[in-house]
Write a protein that binds this ligand. Structure first.
Ligand code: HEC
Length: 323
């Protein structure tokens, strides 16, 4: 225990220094500065490798504490439950973590069976709508919490970065901040460009990545089916079905984390879930549709793996950062 604890703490300190360097304070409306921070965070090997392929992200709730396992939905709980969303680590680093700036102060401490890195942080609150991974302001409570976030927490367990949470003052201490939302999760801007721009593969992958065009085509084919089969009714940010470790299927980058489970789930025909109320069995009714989804999911997995592997090689060929 003592050994693994000190390993986690050393890792946390290394990562803290790198995050502070990658995303320093700037004007909260400066999109170019954010894009630079996103590129640096996405290239941060220690951070990405520590998450080992999957990270959970969401709001910190003092009633639930630091261990992400306490954020799995408990329908019987009297408290209002916070839940976490699941991401591929480089997607989270580029799209989400980069919306925070770090002035340089942080603390590393043991909390129960996890090590917590608590970084003082300020949210980039004045970017354009398409600069955010999705319109956080669909919920004024969520937007208010983001804008007022004071810290970003990174949670380590047994040598692994398992989760990250934004920490804000309690909601009753804050004035609600609203931002206009027209009920569109995705849209096209005045120049005819698809938005949010940061959700597109072009924001995640290097310009010279040769796999991105194929990956985009395979995602779009799959996305069409997600919409046709109503998958996005549940797998979208407002999480009406209250999914544990929510997966977002309607945005290219955010969907990358499910490239493997998707194939498994579709082959076993487990989605959409069954309903005990309606005595409905899980799965798609039409086996031709199911087969087609499996086929598209396999192509997506192959193209995503190729694109991700290319970026990983690039990260690995960068010189290690000193500390
Ligand atoms: C009625 C809401 C609902 C619909 C519709 C729905 N899902 Fe899900 N999905 C869920 C829930 C709830 C979970 C989480 C299950 C759990 O936590 O064990 C889930 C989990 C998943 C997972 C992750 C499984 C894992 O273990 O990682 C995948 C992949 C998935 N869904 C894909 C789909 C696809 C594809 C469709 C459309 C064919 C779809 N879902 C439709 C509610 C839904």
């Amino acid at each position: 225990m003592v050994l693994s604890r000190s390993v986690d703490e050393m890792l946390a300190v290394r990562i803290a220094r790198q995050l502070v360097e990658a995303s320093p304070p700037a004007d909260p409306s400066d999109a170019a500065e954010r894009d630079r921070a996103a590129a640096r965070l996405g290239a941060c090997r220690d951070l990405i490798d520590a998450a080992q392929g999957r990270i959970l992200w969401g709001g910190f709730n003092p009633d639930q504490g630091y261990d992400p396992r306490a954020y799995r939905l408990d329908p019987d709980s009297p408290i209002e439950y916070f839940q976490l969303t699941e991401f591929e680590p480089s997607v989270w680093a580029r799209l989400y973590l980069s919306t925070f700036m770090f002035p340089g102060t942080y603390e590393v401490r043991q909390e129960g069976n996890v090590v917590v890195l608590a970084l003082d942080a300020q949210f980039r609150s004045d970017l354009l709508p398409g600069d955010y991974p999705y319109p956080f302001w669909h919920s004024p409570n969520k937007w208010t919490a983001y804008v007022n976030a004071r810290k970003v927490l990174l949670i380590f367990r047994s040598g692994r970065l398992v989760a990250s949470m934004r920490q804000s003052p309690p909601p009753e201490a804050l004035n609600l901040i609203r931002r206009r939302w027209d009920a569109q999760w995705s849209w096209t801007d005045e120049a005819g460009l698809p938005q949010p721009r940061v959700a597109l593969f072009s924001y995640l992958f290097s310009e010279d990545n040769p796999h991105v065009a194929a990956l985009d085509a395979s995602y779009r084919a799959l996305e069409e089916q997600f919409r046709a089969q109503n998958c996005v009714l549940c797998h979208e940010p407002d999480n009406r079905s209250r999914i544990n470790d929510l997966l977002l299927l309607g945005y290219p980058n955010q969907a990358l984390v499910m490239r493997r489970t998707l194939v498994t789930v579709l082959e076993a025909n487990e989605m959409p879930p069954g309903s005990s109320l309606a005595h409905a069995k899980p799965g798609l009714r039409d086996s031709a549709v199911q087969q087609e989804l499996v086929r598209l999911a396999r192509i997506f997995e192959r193209d995503a793996d190729a694109a991700m592997a290319y970026e990983q090689l690039k990260r690995a060929s960068r010189p290690l950062q000193d500390d």
